[in-house]
Design a protein around this ligand. Structure first.
Ligand code: ADP
Ligand code: NI
Length: 214
């Protein structure tokens, strides 16, 4: 039964994100689904809740779906059509509502299921994939790749973070390199450390080439 709902959720996001080019495409959702499942097994979390929340985590994203984001209406409408009890639906919607990074106003999810999904989403912003997604997002939003005259602001609150127009390289310092310390679970902390090392090596090389040292 749950397998059927999962398959329907996969088909739903595949269609919904068909024309998504800002790093939040269908394949991002599938990676988050896989990583969240891996973390959830280590944490003995409820797999049904984790997997559905992971698959639906971006369907009401503030940037992708501003008209449904306050009520998580896309996720709720999808879940109400399935044979799922009301409490589980509310749990999943709460996870989706609290998942996003909001600078210093970011929320730590109340449940272990929420912690697993938030960690999986944040892990996909790190490592080689994270670097690729950041530049895809930057290009999609007309951001400069890098501008040495604009310094990063590492202490932004929600409003400042939402308004920021900073370069993609600054985004590494303003968010991406802050994430490993914010991971909720031990598994995610381990993976984040490795991915962060890779990003630091990338930045070292980037600045050497920028300065014409190599
Ligand atoms: P969350 O998943 O916490 O809601 P976002 O949707 O804002 O966070 O970020 C997801 C992806 O979009 C990340 O991989 C991140 O690198 C990219 N991204 C978000 N904002 C920016 C930005 N200002 N510059 C470059 N990439 C960004
Ligand atoms: Ni996401």
């Amino acid at each position: 039964m749950i397998k059927e709902i999962i398959d329907q959720a996969i088909a739903y996001v595949k269609e919904l994100f068909e024309n998504e080019y800002s790093g939040h495409d269908y394949f991002h959702t599938i990676r988050v689904f896989k990583t969240a499942t891996l973390i959830a097994k280590e944490e003995n979390a409820n797999l049904e809740v984790v997997q559905l929340a992971a698959l639906l985590h971006d369907v009401d994203d503030r940037k992708l779906s501003p008209e449904t984001y306050l009520e998580q209406s896309n996720a709720r409408d999808f879940l109400l059509k399935q044979k799922i009890d009301r409490i589980t639906i509310d749990n999943i919607c709460e996870i989706i509502r609290e998942i996003s990074y909001m600078g210093t106003d970011s929320v730590t999810p109340r449940t272990i299921e929420g912690k697993c999904v938030q960690d999986a989403d944040r892990l996909d912003a790190l490592g080689a994939i994270g670097i690729a997604r950041a530049f895809a997002y930057g290009g999609n939003h007309n951001r400069q790749m890098y501008n040495p005259d604009i310094l990063p602001n590492m202490q932004m609150n929600k409003d400042e973070y939402y308004k920021s127009q900073s370069s993609t390289i600054n985004h590494f310092y303003e968010k991406l390199l802050l994430l490993s310390k914010l991971m909720n679970t031990a598994a995610a902390q381990r993976i984040a450390k490795q991915r962060e090392e890779y990003m630091n090596a990338f930045l070292d090389e980037f600045f050497l080439e920028w300065d014409g040292v190599r």
